[in-house]
Design a protein around this ligand. Structure first.
Ligand code: BGC
Length: 912
């Protein structure tokens, strides 16, 4: 009999992480078994200091014993106290539902980082440069190096490193790790992350050398809309090299005043402005032993850092792929224009040949203008321009280190002749496991799905950003929360969002107000809007993000700890709202509202109607929108309290929700179910957030449907309203209309941009139109994921893989594909915390065929569309339903089945 194989071992949602700093890491695995109905009834975890002990079935750190439980995730380590630098090796075995013992898993591991501050023995070093950065000339990068000796018999060598700025590290001439943009972005006023690398195999007996390239990054480089040096003036670097010998002795190499510093070929870099490399300044061997650093100067010892130094507990930014040119052409004036065929974030790598001193300029853009020239107007203040000065001779390769660009096209020009060899667009982003795939019979929908995926890739850069190209690239919270559900289908976002929640809490104001982006930056905008003193906090739908994202992590991954960690903080936000708006109506102005919605009526008309309660970009009045979100947060707070067993808070916030709901109805809803503002978003939000009296729901639904139909099946919703709209239509029995919106090809619609050749999601429905060309370059990103929030809807309704109500963590699946809109086929895969689930359906000859794969230890409720009174059969050669499948009833034209894990196929007759 096939038993359960435990696999995909993770600690803190990471694969064999090094240098973590939680005292009781949570362990997780999946169980695999082809047998139907296979489920875990018990597990045993062993954690040991050495892998050999595991072979002897000894867990000297922890032996959980046989625990009767179906849990495969969020299993808290409960062994001996873990100390700094400790290594832990672990394995697990599972028992199935019949009590059969499965084999031991392979070995997983993690190591602990430096758990207390006084273990950091070095000082921060750098090289102070008293120059003002400009757009054309960011501050120079600094090279640092240190030679040191090591004895024979190294048992273990570990590097802990971080920077205020960005660093890249080499040991004995070889790069350490593959991470880029370390230590990534946090609010450096509060915390900076360190990274841990095991370099045991790299250390040599005798002379060794560490080399570091230190750049400005988010710390002292340009931050969109705010300017340079928002956290500090000069970057600083901190490193600790702990060497442990076989004989038990230890050495420690740290950053101190004995390191030397120099300028070098990677002259200057800025994440948004670009990088300049002068290859003539190359210093071969600078990061290896034996280099004569006589021309280098002593490094400056910098101020000590007074924030937290914490372990990076999320997956690093890496190069994740490459694309070769789709087309490349030389223009008559000697420029090269490369089209990579895909809008993305990253950089260019190019083999170049030119005479020494030839200066080549690389400009990056998302589009071409009408005359076929690179379009960069929409970059605003960001330059995203790189420069390479040739060394002369063969084998030159341009590739930057500390910058990234949002681009599909690159334009190269030289101040002298040059030859171009191989080129590639290097794709760069937080390297999260991709978990979702969806393909349908509709080519444009397929392109839309890929556009969402690419937009997520381009914007998951340590922080979920709004866009990767213009001078912004902020962790905008409205965009972040509305897209989070979609993001969680495409990638494993467990650790990524857990890190962002820390940023969000770090950004929270003492009042309890969350901010409109995180990490937060203080002060007025500098480059434009100088007279505008808006504080970027507490905007409805934006500042509610922490609760929405924390709840998503709980629902998707069963992560209860994240709820606990931010519980007090989330309460402060809800309490802040209550203090400001005790009567349950939120009507303060200066909101984003349903940002970038389609103007159903002229602005002037709306002003006259609503007075000041109107935004250029939100057709829906602020008060409706803000009050609805305030209710949403109160409800979430009540749910979060319930999940944590905080009974009193559950009640308090439940009552607060009811209070807001009543106020909403009294103030905004008339006796016919018409809502103030009368916009699609107003109805969709009120329906989805349960803000209408039961008796008026139907009237509101028909108003909503009427409004869409009257415009020729067109949505007018913006950034946040769109997701509510699509969900509301399905829930209220108008899935067919939702499909018409999905498949609409004229402006405004998703497929409109696809038809215009978009390869990522546009910020605006009309980013480009035939009549006008590009939208206002002041705000027209072609890579903004907010409208991509339809991805989640596609997975649930087209792929048909969702989660069944109450249970957190995808243990109970809801399989409900909807074969509507003329689609005849879909194939979907979602690799969640229980392992991969899959569906595939097709329509042929009036028959509906559905294959379902449910991972072991999970169950599914399956909705099979079928004609009432006809029988649903099972199997490729249809037979009666197998045992173990129970029909639990009929609902909305579907037969409903409850199944356990395993592979199933259903065949039904569709209504004609
Ligand atoms: C950003 C957004 C953001 C918005 C706030 C824009 O400039 O790009 O996506 O949410 O400002 O309304």
């Amino acid at each position: 009999m096939e038993t359960l194989r435990a696999q995909r071992l993770r600690a803190e949602n990471l694969d064999d992480p090094l240098g973590i700093d939680v005292e009781r890491p949570r362990l997780g695995w999946i169980v695999d078994c082809g047998r139907r109905g296979a489920a875990q009834s018990a597990y045993r975890v062993l954690v040991a200091t050495r892998p050999e002990l595991l072979d002897e079935e000894k867990g000297d750190l922890w032996d959980s014993g046989v625990v009767t439980s179906a849990a495969t995730q969020q299993v808290e380590y409960a062994g001996k106290k873990l100390v700094s630098e400790q290594r832990a090796y672990w394995k697990v075995r599972a028992w199935d539902e019949l009590g059969h013992e499965g084999p031991w898993s392979g070995t997983g591991c993690w190591s602990m980082g430096l758990l207390s501050r006084d273990e950091w023995r070095g000082v921060w070093i750098g090289s102070k440069k008293d120059v003002k950065p400009t757009k054309e000339k960011p501050k120079p990068n600094v090279y640092l190096r240190k030679g040191f000796g090591a004895r024979a018999g190294v048992r273990r060598a570990t590097v802990y490193a971080t920077a205020l700025g960005l660093y890249r590290l080499w040991l004995n001439g070889e790069r350490v790790g593959k991470d880029v943009f370390s230590p990534e972005w946090t609010d450096y006023h509060v915390r900076v992350q360190y990274q841990t690398y095991d370099v045991t195999d790299r250390l040599r007996e005798g002379d060794n050398a560490v080399g570091v390239l230190l750049g400005q990054g988010w710390y002292s480089g340009y931050i969109g809309m705010f300017g340079f040096q928002k956290y500090g003036m000069d970057p600083a670097f901190l490193l600790q090299f702990n060497i442990e010998y076989e004989d038990g002795s230890r050495d420690c190499v740290t950053t101190d005043g004995s390191w030397t510093a120099s300028l070098g070929p990677v002259v200057s870099s800025d994440l948004q402005m670009g990088e300049t490399i002068d290859a003539r300044l190359g210093m071969p061997g600078w990061n290896a032993p034996g280099f004569a650093d006589t021309a280098w100067t002593p490094a400056d010892v910098m101020y000590d850092y007074r924030g937290w130094i914490v372990a990076q507990m999320s997956r690093p930014i890496r190069e994740t792929g490459e694309r070769t040119p789709y087309s490349l052409r030389w223009t008559p004036d000697g420029r090269v224009l490369i089209d990579f065929g895909q809008n993305l974030a990253g950089w260019l790598r190019a083999s170049i040949k030119g005479e020494a001193g030839t200066r080549i300029t690389f400009r990056f853009g998302e589009a071409l203008d009408a005359s076929g020239v690179l379009y960069t107007d929409n970059l605003r203040f960001a330059r995203q321009t790189d420069v390479y000065v040739c060394r002369g001779g063969d084998g030159e390769v341009f590739e930057p280190t500390f910058t990234y660009h949002g681009f599909r096209y690159v334009e190269l020009s030289g101040d002298g002749p040059f030859e171009l060899g191989e080129t590639a667009a290097v794709v760069v982003h937080s390297e999260l496991p991709e978990t979702g795939e969806l393909e349908t019979s509709h080519p444009l929908v397929n392109r839309l799905i890929e556009n969402v995926r690419w937009t997520q890739r381009a914007n998951f850069m340590s922080v979920p950003t709004d866009c990767p190209q213009r001078d912004e690239r902020h962790g905008w919270t409205g965009d972040g929360q509305i897209f989070s559900g979609t993001a969680a289908y495409f990638m494993d976002v467990s650790a990524f969002y857990a890190k962002w929640l820390v940023d969000l809490e770090d950004a929270q104001r003492p009042t309890g107000a969350y901010t409109d982006f995180a990490p937060f930056i203080f002060g007025p905008k500098t480059e434009f809007d100088n007279d505008f003193t808006y504080t970027h906090t507490a905007s409805a739908g934006w500042a509610d993000a922490p609760l929405i994202v924390a709840w998503l992590l709980y629902e998707t991954y069963g992560d209860r700890r994240v709820l606990r960690k931010h519980y007090a903080s989330m309460k402060r936000w809800v309490e802040f709202n209550r203090a400001l708006f005790p009567d349950g109506i939120r009507d303060d102005v200066s909101q984003y509202g349903d940002w970038l919605s389609v103007n159903e009526r002229p602005f002037e008309e709306r002003i006259a109607e609503f007075g000041r309660m109107v935004s250029h970009y939100s057709t829906t009045p602020y008060d409706i929108f803000s009050t609805a979100y305030m209710a949403y947060s109160a409800k979430l707070m009540s749910d979060i309290a319930a999940a944590l067993g905080e009974e009193e808070d559950r009640r308090t916030y439940g009552e607060r929700f009811e209070h807001i709901r009543t106020a909403f109805i009294d103030r905004f809803v008339d006796g016919e179910g018409q809502i103030k503002g009368d916009t699609q978003t107003a109805y969709a939000m009120a329906l989805e957030l349960d803000l209408l009296p039961e008796r008026l729901r139907e009237a509101a639904v028909s108003r909503l449907v009427g409004k869409i139909r009257e415009l020729g099946d067109m949505a007018t919703t913006g950034f946040l309203g769109t997701k509510f709209l699509m969900d509301a239509l399905v829930r209220e029995g108008h899935a067919d209309l939702a499909f018409r919106l999905l498949l609409r090809e004229e402006y405004p619609s998703w497929l409109y941009s696809v038809r215009q050749g978009a390869t990522t999601i546009w910020e605006r429905w009309d980013g480009w139109t035939e009549e006008r060309g590009f939208q206002d370059p002041g705000m027209n990103s072609l890579c903004h994921y907010a409208f991509g929030s339809v991805g989640e809807w596609l997975f649930r309704n087209v792929g048909g893989i969702g989660r069944e109500g109450a249970e957190a963590g995808f243990g109970a699946l809801l399989i409900r594909p909807r074969p509507l809109g003329g689609l005849t086929f879909a194939r979907c895969r979602y690799d969640g915390v229980s392992g991969p689930a899959a569906t595939e359906w097709r329509i042929a000859n009036g028959e509906f065929l559905l294959n379902v794969e449910v991972p072991a230890n999970a169950t599914a409720l399956v909705y099979v569309p079928s004609v009432e009174g006809t029988e649903v059969l099972e199997g490729d050669t249809p037979a009666r339903l197998a045992e173990g499948i129970s029909e639990v009833g009929r609902e909305d034209g579907c037969a409903v089945f409850r199944i356990g894990s395993g592979k199933y196929s259903f065949v039904s007759l569709l209504p004609v």
